[in-house]
Design a protein around this ligand. Structure first.
Ligand code: PLP
Length: 226
């Protein structure tokens, strides 16, 4: 299948999953283009797709400024961990941030957004599996971080999670949905190539799909998984 055919097929599967969802939510397909070059991204753009996601600021900065010039309406989401020394670059480049996970980052983002006069919608990443190696705020620390974000006037629209690889994802999706409801957050960023239909059934509004659209990634270069 071509990239255009895969995009169409995945959109169809998202619609089917939406019909089984209890929530009837709108779902945005984020095409995760990390590990793929500008030519692959341009194939998706030519097919009419406009919403992309990358997990590294530097890699995204090497590919997207040129594409933005050529394809108006392109929207770029950051889904990977953000170091505070990359905040300035990230605020200038991305349209949505999915990986706010600590107070120091939230404060830096708020200051930089004010400076650049770009108030990007943000998701807070929750470490639902409480894995030590994984980014994300622990569920017990979410209320405090949310309070701080609101004090800083950060535009938090929802929650994001990456379930542990060896656990049933639906348990984590249901948990994230419950946390979002408790805090009146309408958006949920969850679901990847292997589980996006399940995520939609559990209320995802943003699914992050990479390999099912672009094929396997090449990790011989600087790009690392997650
Ligand atoms: C790479 C990545 C994805 C996409 O993964 P696939 O399995 O290729 O669909 C989704 N979310 C995050 C945070 C990622 O880093």
């Amino acid at each position: 299948m071509t990239i255009a055919e895969r995009l169409a097929e995945i959109q169809g599967r998202i619609q089917n999953a939406r019909e089984k969802s209890l929530y009837g939510q709108e779902v945005t397909l984020l095409a995760v283009s990390k590990g793929h070059d500008g030519a692959a991204i341009e194939t998706a753009l030519t097919a009419g797709h406009r919403v992309f996601a990358e997990n590294r600021v530097q890699e995204a900065n090497g590919k997207f400024p040129a594409l933005r010039e050529k394809y108006p309406g392109l929207s770029l989401h950051l889904i990977g961990p953000l170091q505070t020394n990359k905040v300035k670059e990230a605020v200038a480049l991305f349209d949505v941030i999915h990986s706010v996970d600590r107070a120091s980052l939230a404060e830096k983002l708020a200051v930089e957004m004010e400076k650049q006069n770009r108030r990007l919608p943000c998701f807070i990443q929750v470490n639902t599996g409480e894995e030590t190696q994984k980014a994300g705020v622990l569920p017990k620390d979410l209320p405090g971080l949310l309070r701080l974000c609101r004090d800083q006037k950060l535009n938090v629209i929802g929650l994001m999670c990456i379930p542990p690889v060896n656990e049933t994802p639906s348990v984590h999706f249901a948990f994230l949905k419950k946390l979002a409801d408790e805090h009146n957050l309408p958006q949920l960023s969850m679901g990847m190539s292997g589980d996006f239909e399940t995520a939609v059934r559990f209320g995802a509004t943003h699914v992050r799909v990479g390999s099912a659209i672009f094929g396997e990634r090449d990790y011989s270069g600087a790009t690392s998984p997650l």
